[in-house]
Ligand binder design. Sequence first.
Ligand code: PHB
Length: 359
Amino acid sequence: MSTTLDLFSPVNLGAIALKNRMVMAPLTRNRAGEGGVPQPLNVTYYEQRATAGLIITEATPISAMAHGYPALPGIYTDAQIAGWKKITDAVHAKGGKIVIQLWHVGRISHPSLLPNGALPVAPSAIKPAGQAFTYQGMLDYVEPRALELSELPSLVADYVHASQCALKAGFDGVEIHAANGYLIDQFLRNGSNKRTDSYGGSIENRTRFLLEVTKAVVDAIGADKVGMRLSPVNPFNDMQDSNPQALFNHVASAVSAFKLAYLHVIEGGMGGTAVDFNFDELRKHFKGAYIANLAFDKVRGNAVIASGHADAIAFGVPFIANPDLVERFRIDAPLNTPDSKSFYGGNEKGYTDYPFLGA
Ligand code: PHB
């Protein structure tokens, strides 16, 4: 009998016991109902994928001001909690585990998506290049309003409130979204953070907001139920940093002290951008469990688990197109072809109608 670990070996991520190491990555699908309330169709989608060792939900706004795309679910009202509870119950009934990704988009939004046409908020008033996906179609991003120091505690409180809502909704934990050019990442990287107060400038200062959010969420629900996602070199959403290795080595060390359930890292740029970054070095700065993500397949996933670099692998697009991805990997069955036109928005087509093996 071999003792080599692979994608099919069980593992504990903090308090969360996974039956295998195949994690469903967070995937924006824009199919929530009115008021950001999850619908029966969303229950079917997640339930179909419950054989994953862990499901990380789509990125989910923590407040009305945290929205940046149409038809997102939220995790801050009683109706949203009730909607999610049907999802967590369905996943648990199938023997799965599920955490919710806590999201504030910061400047990646548009007044038409925000209460009373508010300006998006960000660490600094810097308009990102590109366009927002709105109910009126693609619209240029606007210059966001720079957050006042006095506003930051209420943002931290929104993360805490959302975490408490998540536990009420039956989630096994939460993932703090600190990646991909959204609010927390906008504080971390110096392309989007030009603040001259204690939240800008040095690496320590730029990491401050992340650590305040993390401490507050950990104090509220327990570190063993809190994961975090980072994307040190992803240029997505007009992001850059002058020294990502130094910044994210520091971030990994600092969050390691909280003894989180896991750290989840996008190991490159979405869209295949070539980058100069040492992810093994980053990984050494974090003492807990580590989930690697970015275009892995079975062979490479097994290899990085066997090597000890990662404890689990997050798969995105393969889980969109293959609800039974775990079984397909187990028996080396062919995979369904993903339809990218139905990734964002729509109905059951391209969402809950991908066939299972033998169907
Ligand atoms: C997206 O909707 O394109 C999206 C959302 C969250 C991410 C990345 C991309 O972290």
